[in-house]
Design a protein around this ligand. Structure first.
Ligand code: ADE
Length: 257
């Protein structure tokens, strides 16, 4: 899979792309990330990429010409793959979107900077706008890395363990169960006995129950989207009974079905 990133700060990507799983994916030719510095397409001698907004107001706005020139030079016009603008005004990013996007062979990512971008870039160049959360960063570079890593993890062959991505929190709409490794006792705190039992059926049941319990306590909203079996619903009942939790309305809805 190939990403073409359009940014004013290509240098911030390198250290992250040269580390761990993304580096391995690039070395193994499963992933290509091409960085394009928008400033290289600014035509004036000062390489200007921003200007003051028409109508006044604070801040500077990304000029359309260098962005259009950069994208057209790399992707053509109209762009021959989706071009995603990273912006807090975009659709909130989630694992489902990552899964759909991972089916694309190539994606363009446009990183905004300054107070905003000229609206004509949005209207005539960008095909999708994505936000990584309801907070404002100084630019789209970190969000672009978030997208690259989340999507790249889903490329077949990316993770050593083929089950790796499927087990992640959110892949099944449940949060992950707690994990432990050696030593079995650390500062007097013990690993739950069941995990040392070698009984895989019981361990799987324990994992499922822990995942249900965590999701119920921390993110009950996710349970409405989860693929729950009758036994999951019974477990949820039991957890609610034993912990005297208020039953969230979302769960009442599920149990009614
Ligand atoms: N640019 C600035 N803040 C952002 C956010 N939360 N998501 C995506 N792009 C952004």
């Amino acid at each position: 899979m190939r990403f073409d990133v359009f940014t004013l700060f290509p240098e911030v990507f390198d250290p992250y792309l040269e580390t761990s799983i993304l580096k391995r994916a690039i070395d193994n030719e499963l992933l290509e990330v091409h960085l394009h510095n928008i400033r290289n397409w600014a035509a004036d001698k000062h390489h200007t990429t921003d200007d003051t907004p028409y109508g006044g107001g604070g801040g500077m706005i990304m000029k359309p010409e260098p962005v259009f020139a950069a994208v057209e030079a790399e992707l053509g016009y109209p762009p021959d793959c989706p071009l995603i603008l990273l912006t807090p005004q975009g659709k909130p990013f989630n694992q489902n979107m990552a899964m759909k996007l991972s089916e694309q062979p190539r994606l363009g990512l446009l990183c905004g900077r300054y107070e905003g971008i000229d609206e004509r870039i949005r209207q005539h160049l960008v095909s999708k706008e994505i936000s990584i959360g309801d907070y404002v960063l100084s630019g789209g570079e970190l969000p672009a890395l978030v997208l690259i890593e989340t999507i790249a993890r889903l490329i077949p062959g990316m993770l050593g363990d083929p089950k790796g991505a499927a087990d992640d929190s959110f892949a099944s709409s449940l949060l992950e169960y707690p994990h432990y490794t050696r030593p079995p006792t650390f500062r007097g705190w013990e690993v739950p006995d069941i995990l040392l039992s070698g009984n895989h059926a019981s361990i799987n049941q324990w994992h499922r129950k822990q995942a249900l319990q965590r999701t119920l306590k921390r993110r009950p909203d996710l349970l409405t989207k989860a693929d729950l079996s009758q036994s999951d619903i019974e477990q949820l009942y039991e957890i609610i009974r034993n912990t005297k939790l208020e039953i969230p309305n979302e769960i009442k809805e599920i149990i009614k079905k």
